[in-house]
Design a protein around this ligand. Sequence first.
Ligand code: SAM
Length: 217
Amino acid sequence: MEHDDPGEALAELRERRLGALELLQAAAGSGLAVYAVWALLLQPGFRRVPLRLQVPYIGANARQVEHVLSLLRGRPGKMVDLGSGDGRIVLAAHQCGLRPAVGYELNPWLVGLARLHAWRAGYARSVCYYREDLWKVSLKDCYNVSVFLAPSVLPLLEDKLRAELPSGARVVSGRFPLPTWQPVAVVGEGLDRVWAYDATPGPSSTTVPRTLVSQPG
Ligand SMILES: C[S@@+](CC[C@H](N)C(=O)[O-])C[C@H]1O[C@@H](n2cnc3c(N)ncnc32)[C@H](O)[C@@H]1O
């Protein structure tokens, strides 16, 4: 752009500089915000978890929750959500009759939030949220398991599920399927898709409880 008046050109140059400066400030500001979220909200939960096993929080949407429930509704036995986030799946599971419903979550802020949601819904004493590393909890009495985890950790999760789940247990995996298990049912489309699996336990798992033998789910 040509300017006859040097004053005008200088003014435009100043404006342009201001624009770049503003852009830089905005970038620094959002970088700082991302870091603050990471440092305050996510990092406390992940401090003791190897990088390759870290899964960030992305809560299930209403459709995903409904798909989980449609695959677990009416089943007996304990229900757990591994990496329960703000507890929405556990709360919904309890409300649809799955008892006990338990969430394991590493991030203390999310555990607190989940307890707050349960309290506000009037279920503070009925649902349980524990601040636990999902890789360290025992699954030997879990008959209904939901997971919304990253594809990178699912192969390792398969090994854990196979080694620990009792016979008759059902696993539902949201967003991504377990890599080698054969699903018995699939509901939803795209990222709302949820896969259901009937566990085929390894040799160290427990035997089938009587209550589950006659109820295929
Ligand atoms: C994708 S979010 C799913 C949250 C919840 N299940 C839902 O669908 O609304 C995964 C959650 O797993 C938690 N998480 C990741 N690694 C974990 C671990 N090792 N032990 C417990 N929770 C973990 C994260 O903090 C996060 O809240």
